[in-house]
Structures are given as C-alpha cells and as structure tokens.
Ligand binder design. Structure first.
Ligand code: PMP
Length: 352
C-alpha cells in the first residue's frame, strides 16, 4: 500500500460487537433487556422538535443537574460519548506512549484496545484461580513507568470489588509514581458503594459513570467523567467539541427529573437478580453474583456449546469466554423477573 497507516492502529486486532441483535433476546452485553418504560420514552420523544435537532448540543444544563444529583460541582464533570469515549480521552490525556497502564485481567476490553491503539504499554495483573485479586500484586505492578492505573468497581466480568483501604493504598502508590487512577463505576446502582468522594478530593483520581446500564440508554451513548477541576480541564481540552448528542442529554435530564424512576429501575433489576440466582441455585447450578447487572452461571454442559444452543435454538444471546479462568461460565445480563423467567426456561432447555 502506498500510504501511511498509523502502526498502532494497523497492528491492533479488533473484534467488533455482533450485529443484528434486535431479533434476539439480549443477555450478552449488560444492557437492560427490556429498556425504559415506554410511556417515559414517548414523553421525552415528544420534546424532540425540528428546532431541537437543528441546534448543536449544549451539555451545560444537563451537567448542572447531574452535578446537583451527585452532590458535586459542575466543574467536576465532563460528559462523553459513552464511557467508552471517556476511556479514550483519559488514556490520550494521561497515558504516555511506551509507558505503562496497569489493569487487572480479565476486564473490560476497551482498556487494552485503547492502550494498543495509542501505543501505551498494557500491564495486565491476573486473577487468582479462585477469582480473587491480590491488591499487593496490583501495587507491585505500579512503578515509575506507570501513567494510569485502572480499577473497575465492580470489575466486569469477574465482579470483585475493592475496599476503601485497598483504594487508599493504590492512591498512595500512584501518587508516589506520578500516575492517575481511573475508577470505572459503570455498574454503580447495582453495587451501591462509590468512591466518588475520592474523585473530587484527590489530585489524581478519575471516576467514570455511564447511562448505558441502569439508565438503559446504551443506544444514545452518554458517559460522564468526574474528577477535580484540573483533571476535568485537561480532559475537556482534548475532547471533540460536540461528542455528546442532544437526545442523550435530554433523556438523561428527564431521568434525573424523575428520581422515582431510578428507584424503580433499581428495584426491578434487584428483584430479577435475586430471583434468577435463587432459581438457578435451587436447581443445583453454581452461580456468582457479579455485583453489576450480570451474573455468572456454570452450565452442566460445555459453556460455549450451551451459549451456541441458546443463540441458535432459543434466540437468546449470552456471553461465553475463551479465557481459562472463565471458560466454564456464561455471563448473563439481568433484567426484570419476567425477563429472567424467559431466560431460565430457554437456559434449562439448552443445558438439558
Ligand atoms: N466500563 C465498563 C466496566 C463496561 O462494562 C462498559 C460497557 N460494557 C463500559 C465501560 C462502556 O460503557 P458505555 O460506553 O456504554 O458507557
């Protein structure tokens, strides 16, 4: 080829999400399988006029409301096109080509993908065979060459969480080494603890939230970075001017206008999760509450084969893994009791 291609982009091997998922029952990507209440969606859609669509997005009104909702200041927040884009911006801003980004493994894949695209050195810290992670191993991986440390709380997919004391140790170590910490709270609301306070008070802690999970807006792409004003200033400096669309901002604003909706969504998911964990356990299945809107179940037959049968015969999508640590499990996104009852029937047939 007679043109230049960025070497990091050329050599990164991507696996893109499956298309055509509309026709399936979706328990594979930690979305809400049923979405927001229809009446709520219809009422917000009525606000989308030709004028609304003709104006470039203005995030400030949403940011003001979101800041009040979180109990922080608007200077602590920048919105992004999904937390996916937040990950890109933060690694671009605080990562240094050739230097280290420390994450646990397995974890959300976009961390290593962005490291590869940006020429950052990914330093993966593996789990123990019993799915625990040693904080000392994470601490030992942080060196003078580390620029970013990533903690997902809870981690996707393993579902472990960190204590306040563990976080404090990581903060201490990263400060010694001149690195920042990303705390990814994509699954906040399913797991109520938060390290938000550290993001506001510390010099080097960056928190991520998303509207794709509990708030069921994965299609609209809305994420938020929460940190001290200096970090937010740098992230804003590096971002695209209009990377969050107005429809996403409007939907999110209306969600915040109706606090009862948050409670209702939380309750529906919690009931669904409790129900499916109990039903599977009572049938002798090994299960794991992964603390987010997803669980692991260990099928009696080979996990990859059960996932394939679910897809081909039941039109049900779940997530199976190749990594040795998770190869016997399938990850199942959680929704209402009704959504989980549908899954259970299909799963029992596929694993019979
Ligand atoms: N972080 C974690 C831990 C995730 O699991 C996901 C999505 N599965 C994301 C970030 C990205 O979410 P989004 O881009 O939809 O905000």
């Amino acid at each position: 080829m007679n043109y230049y291609v960025n070497e990091n982009i050329r050599k990164t091997e991507r696996v893109f999400p499956q298309q055509g998922r509309y026709g399936y029952h979706r328990y594979d990507m930690n979305e809400n399988p049923e979405g927001l209440p229809k009446a709520f969606v219809d009422s917000v859609l009525r606000e989308i006029t030709p004028e609304f669509l003709s104006i470039y997005p203005e995030p400030d009104r949403f940011v003001g409301k979101y800041a009040a909702f979180l109990g922080v200041s608007p200077e602590n927040i920048v919105t992004t096109n999904g937390s996916d884009m937040a990950i890109r911006y933060i690694l671009e801003t605080f990562g240094e080509p050739g230097k280290d980004v420390v994450t646990v493994t397995p974890s959300f894949e976009m961390y290593w993908v962005n490291c590869s695209l940006l020429g950052l050195r990914h330093v993966p810290v593996p789990y123990n065979d019993d799915m625990t992670i040693d904080i000392d191993r994470i601490l030992a991986a942080i060196t003078e060459d580390t620029r970013v440390v990533v903690l997902l709380n809870p981690n996707n997919p393993v579902g472990n969480v960190y204590t306040e004391e563990e976080l404090q140790k990581v903060i201490h170590r990263t400060r010694e080494c001149g690195a920042v910490i990303i705390i990814d709270e994509a699954y906040h609301y399913f797991y109520p603890n938060t390290f938000l306070r550290y993001a506001v008070e510390e010099e080097n802690v960056i928190l991520l939230r998303t509207f794709s999970k509990l708030y069921s807006l994965a299609a609209l792409r809305l994420g938020a970075v929460i940190s001290n004003p200096e970090i937010i200033h740098y992230v804003k400096n590096g971002r695209l001017s209009f990377d969050v669309n107005s429809a996403a901002l409007l939907f999110a604003e209306r969600i915040l206008d109706h606090p009862e909706l948050t409670k209702e969504l939380q309750q529906i998911e919690q009931e669904g999760k409790d129900w499916i964990l109990k039903e599977l356990s009572s049938r002798g299945y090994e299960v794991r509450d992964c603390r987010g809107n997803f669980i692991f179940v260990k099928p009696k037959h080979e996990a990859a084969a059960v996932a394939k049968r679910l897809e081909d015969e039941e039109k049900v999508l779940v997530h199976a893994y190749r990594q040795p640590l998770l190869k016997d499990l399938i990850r199942v996104s959680v929704g209402s009791v009704k959504a989980m009852a549908f899954f259970l029937e299909a799963f029992l047939r596929a694993d019979s």
